[in-house]
Design a protein around this ligand. Structure first.
Ligand SMILES: *[C@@H]1O[C@H](CO)[C@@H](O)[C@H](O)[C@H]1NC(C)=O
Ligand SMILES: *[C@@H]1O[C@H](CO)[C@@H](O)[C@H](O)[C@H]1NC(C)=O
Ligand SMILES: *[C@@H]1O[C@H](CO)[C@@H](O)[C@H](O)[C@H]1NC(C)=O
Ligand SMILES: *[C@@H]1O[C@H](CO)[C@@H](O)[C@H](O)[C@H]1NC(C)=O
Ligand SMILES: *[C@@H]1O[C@H](CO)[C@@H](O)[C@H](O)[C@H]1NC(C)=O
Ligand SMILES: *[C@@H]1O[C@H](CO)[C@@H](O)[C@H](O)[C@H]1NC(C)=O
Ligand SMILES: *[C@@H]1O[C@H](CO)[C@@H](O)[C@H](O)[C@H]1NC(C)=O
Ligand SMILES: *[C@@H]1O[C@H](CO)[C@@H](O)[C@H](O)[C@H]1NC(C)=O
Ligand SMILES: *[C@@H]1O[C@H](CO)[C@@H](O)[C@H](O)[C@H]1NC(C)=O
Ligand SMILES: *[C@@H]1O[C@H](CO)[C@@H](O)[C@H](O)[C@H]1NC(C)=O
Ligand SMILES: *[C@@H]1O[C@H](CO)[C@@H](O)[C@H](O)[C@H]1NC(C)=O
Ligand SMILES: *[C@@H]1O[C@H](CO)[C@@H](O)[C@H](O)[C@H]1NC(C)=O
Length: 408
């Protein structure tokens, strides 16, 4: 028995049920299909506002893409989660995306980043402009693969079907909302122990000038270019010459404050330039070797540095981490430029909060040219991209990418 069939049944059944009864109908349908895992999850969220909101969305007639975990996947959900209605509803909301993402991996071959229904209210997301959390997937060996999931064994799409306006992708795992930065730094598969050590070293500092991750200095939306441990080892002789304040500045120059930038926004030609939390310029280039990030515009090694992104889009609850193969050892700090960048990011974020629901991939060009036209995503995607335009004068060419630009 398949989640797909269940969801088809749900959609059919709920058309004749009042919205309030739809969840009960769903549970009955699930049980009759033997999908006890999903049935249990649905029953558990019955009566919560969140559970009903998800169901109402799915039966509203709008386009949705659902990642539907198999029975076996649900069976593996720990009791602490399955018995917590609020948490379970939040987790279910992380499996549902407004929009039709059929064939998106062939239209955007490498990585697709798209917003889910998991929102700020859940307490599990804290992005700029109260944006919803994203999911990231790619086609690996011809198979749709959800990234950042499954403890190293990626969650994959095992079956796919559509029913009315729902695209249902059955998957072999339950998707967990992204964790806090600490958990990412501690993840042994990501090789970030060197960086974790530096963050730990600064942890005693409560002033944001001496520690960009100072507690109480909430980063609401951030992008961190995180050197891996090999990079720290290679840079040891340079890092050893830096005092604590310089180390804080170096860290700051790996960080975008108030702006979450995913790989489809930078792994492109003419990616926009941004300003780091240290007030230095940051730019991106891509060639056959990969995508590179450069900090600073000077001519010597102390004022400019470049590294390659070796793993992109590691999600955290309030931002994203891209792992790089070098330390960007630029210790210069321009507080005024950093403040201006943070202010600009904040006003861009204000624009987000009034935007319509996003139904197209993050980083989608506005003209829809990359969308391949008649694949069924064209209109949807173009419309959503147009709503990305933040009404901020400072932002021009890069507006389609939804983040603040630096004017040269
Ligand atoms: C859902 O909750 C209502 C009360 O809020 C209850 O009457 C109903 O039996 C529940 N349904 C299921 C399937 O748990
Ligand atoms: C967040 O999502 C839940 C459903 O998952 C919904 O009940 C709630 O109203 C949403 N909050 C906002 C601010 O949209
Ligand atoms: C349920 O999960 C939420 C997080 O979504 C957490 O804040 C809460 O403490 C949990 N409740 C219980 C009883 O564990
Ligand atoms: C996408 O992946 C293909 C094959 O893996 C690679 O050749 C191409 O350069 C990648 N494109 C981007 C923009 O990363
Ligand atoms: C999981 O996905 C990553 C891409 O982020 C890939 O490098 C890795 O090989 C995949 N792992 C497995 C077990 O397929
Ligand atoms: C895929 O789902 C369909 C129902 O939509 C089912 O008939 C088919 O057996 C499934 N295929 C696999 C490989 O699970
Ligand atoms: C972690 O290090 C191992 C061994 O050096 C390497 O094979 C792997 O690709 C690295 N992973 C990342 C995400 O840098
Ligand atoms: C980020 O910007 C906010 C203002 O929006 C500021 O209060 C905070 O100190 C900045 N943090 C860092 C690390 O730059
Ligand atoms: C790609 O760009 C990087 C950084 O600018 C450079 O070091 C590298 O040589 C380039 N590779 C190719 C093949 O052009
Ligand atoms: C670069 O920084 C190091 C240590 O901070 C210093 O010894 C060196 O003189 C600097 N080089 C230049 C060109 O400023
Ligand atoms: C997806 O691609 C397949 C084959 O290329 C096509 O038959 C199908 O209509 C496409 N679906 C959508 C929604 O574009
Ligand atoms: C749903 O997607 C289809 C194409 O995939 C599109 O024609 C239709 O307008 C979309 N409906 C809504 C309500 O966006």
């Amino acid at each position: 028995m398949h989640a797909l069939q269940y969801f088809s049944l749900l959609a059919a059944a709920s058309a004749v049920l009042a919205q309030e009864d739809a969840l009960a109908g769903l549970v009955t349908a699930l049980e009759s299909l033997g999908l006890n895992g999903l049935a249990g999850a649905a029953a558990a969220v019955n009566g919560t506002d969140q559970g009903l909101a998800i169901l109402q969305a799915l039966t509203s007639g709008g386009n949705y893409t659902i990642f539907a975990p198999s029975n076996e996947a649900f069976a593996a959900v720990p009791e602490s989660v399955s018995s917590n209605q609020t948490l379970l509803a939040s987790i279910l909301s992380y499996h549902v995306l407004p929009g039709n993402y059929a064939n998106i991996s062939s239209d955007f071959p490498n990585v697709t980043v798209a917003r889910t229904l998991l929102n700020q209210t859940s307490g599990l997301v804290d992005l700029e402009g109260d944006r919803n959390q994203v999911l990231v997937w790619a086609t690996i060996d011809g198979q749709g693969t959800l990234l950042n999931q499954g403890d190293g064994t990626n969650v994959t799409v095992t079956n796919s079907t559509t029913f009315n306006t729902l695209l249902i992708n059955e998957i072999n795992g339950v998707l967990l909302p992204p964790p806090a930065l600490d958990a990412v730094l501690a993840d042994p598969t990501l090789n970030l122990t060197g960086l974790a050590g530096v963050v730990e070293q600064l942890a005693g500092e409560n002033d944001v000038q001496n520690n960009p991750f100072a507690s109480g200095e909430e980063l609401k939306g951030f992008t961190l270019f995180a050197p891996n441990t090999e990079a720290f080892e290679a840079a040891q002789s340079v890092v050893a010459t830096l005092n604590a304040s310089q180390i804080a500045n170096v860290l700051r120059n790996h960080l975008l404050n108030g702006t979450t930038v995913y790989s489809p926004q930078v792994a492109i030609e003419n990616a926009p330039q941004v300003i780091t939390s240290g007030g230095q310029t940051m730019s991106f280039t891509s060639n056959t070797t990969g995508t590179f990030v450069t900090v600073g515009a000077g001519s010597d090694a102390n004022s400019t540095a470049t590294a390659r992104i070796v793993r992109s889009d590691v999600l955290v609850e309030n931002g994203v981490v891209h792992i790089i193969d070098g330390v960007l050892a630029v210790a210069e700090n321009d507080e005024q430029a950093a403040d201006e960048a943070a202010e600009s990011a904040a006003s861009v974020a204000e624009g987000y909060s009034t935007m319509a629901t996003e139904t197209a991939p993050v980083g989608q060009p506005t003209n829809g040219a990359a969308n391949g036209g008649g694949d069924g995503n064209g209109e949807d995607a173009g419309g959503a991209a147009a709503t990305f335009l933040p009404s901020v004068a400072l932002v021009t060419v890069g507006a389609a990418f939804g983040f603040a630009l630096v004017l040269a």
